[in-house]
Design a protein around this ligand. Sequence first.
Ligand code: SF4
Length: 256
Amino acid sequence: MIKEIQAKTILSHSKHPDPWFGIQYTMNLYRGCQHQCIYCDSRSDCYQIENFNDTLIKVNALELLAKELPSKRMKGTIGTGSMNDPYAPVEKQYQLTRGALKLFLLYGFPVHVLTKSKLVMRDVDLLSEIERSTQALVSFTITTCDDDLGKKLEPGAALVSERLTAMKYLAERGVKVGVLLMPVLPFIEDNWENIRGIVELAHAHGAGYILAAFGMTQRKGSQEYYLRQLERLFPGIKEKHLRAFGNRYECTANEA
Ligand code: SF4
């Protein structure tokens, strides 16, 4: 279900840049995510999202952003895509991410977009302009080089091959692009053939960097969902996963 809501604020500031993504402000224009990745951490109870299948649209987000941006003294990198994908299908209609990019350009803020969508190609004009004036990074999450496996793990997202095409498209037009090789799902994706394949494809499609984390995390809420999907999609893996990790938060791929 898609619902429109009013947000109170839109930018959250952290004193120190995030060590992984160099992000100083986070922005979520939507709540819930249509990509429905089976391993998504945003399903965890701690985030208090009632129903992750619903997508909530913060329809006043651009109005808030236009007020909040000029009041920020530090022009730190704004990250978008940690709790939802800024280019999930709903963005086609609402264009909140596009509107936010226009405001970043206007007020001189760098941006780091994290996505699994090809819709980001639509905004190449704004992204390349931001890159010329400050910095625009677009990181594509790629955890497998196999489209069929990708469809099982990330059913609502673009095919992996489409993400790679989008990455090349942006790279050729001057946007800095790279790959988020995370998570690497134990017993499913943690084999050298997969990792080497992603590295080679990333290089061939213009990636300037790869940020990798060999494993996954699980918490109350996201874990139960993940285990149910393992049972449905990968017979026998749930038992192996539970034997190896139990309820541990970090499930490292090299222990698989
Ligand atoms: S794209 Fe990201 S936020 Fe959306 S479901 Fe997948 S992991 Fe979660």
